[in-house]
Structures are given as structure tokens and as C-alpha cells.
Design a binder for this molecule. Sequence first.
Ligand code: HEM
Length: 115
Amino acid sequence: MEFLRHLLVFLHLLGMGMLVAMFFVQRRAGADAPLNKGWLHGSGLQLITGVALVALSPVTHKEYDHVKIAVKLAVLVAIAVLAVLYLNKKRIPSWLAPAMGGLVVVNVGVAVFWA
Ligand code: HEM
């Protein structure tokens, strides 16, 4: 079971890396580019792996702070909602990528600094 938890954490960290990368991919694409679908895929991966980690806690014997998890979930939902809202738009507002990237960084901070 420890292997399963490690595998999920591994994918969770790759998902985080993907979301950070999306910020730079979006910048590279320029101001006229539509929203990259990677934002949706990365947040989907974070949601699935994060929820699976919490759901498996009885078998992995890991205890998680549920308030911390709720905050991470709320931040992730905000990212995913923004991704869904702007996915089919031809252009995206200039604040969108910094805001989504900032929310990703907020969740990394919550993950690491919330004891
Ligand atoms: C943008 C979204 C997210 C980012 C960037 C993120 C980032 C991280 C990072 C960096 C860690 C490793 C922290 C450490 O080991 O000290 C972590 C762990 C964890 N995350 Fe997330 N996370 C996100 C969303 C979520 C969501 C939505 C959930 C649950 C619903 C979640 C649940 C967890 C759990 C349970 C762990 C601990 C894994 C363990 O060590 O057993 N995360 N997250």
C-alpha cells in the first residue's frame, strides 16, 4: 500500500509540475492564443490523485488534515472553473494565466507550509 501512496504522490507532483509549466507555455503562446487544454488536464490529474490519496488513507494509514485538504480542493476547483469558463474562448484576458499560475503556487504553499 505504501507503493500505491508513493505512486499517487509521484503523479500528484508531476501534475503540479504540469500546471507550473502551463503558465510558461501560455506565456510563450502569446496574448492572442486560446487557453491551453493542459490547464484542464493538469487540474484533473491533481483532483484525481489528491482525492485518491485522501480516500485511501484508511489503507495507507496516513492521516490528513481535512481543513487543509478542503482549502486545497477549493483552490483547485477555482483553477478548474477558470479553465472550463475560458477553454472555448478565442482569446483569454491577460490576467488569466498569472491568476491560475498564482493559485497553483498558493496550493504548493498550502501543501508544504500547512503543518
Ligand atoms: C493545484 C493543485 C495542487 C497542488 C499544486 C498540490 C501540491 C501538492 C504538493 C507539492 C504535495 C507534496 C507536499 C509534501 O509532501 O510535503 C501535495 C501533497 C498532497 N496533496 Fe496536493 N496539490 C494540489 C491539489 C490537491 C487536492 C485537490 C487534494 C485533495 C483533494 C490534494 C491532496 C494532497 C494530499 C493528501 C497530499 C499528501 C500526500 C502524502 O504525502 O501522502 N492535493 N500536494
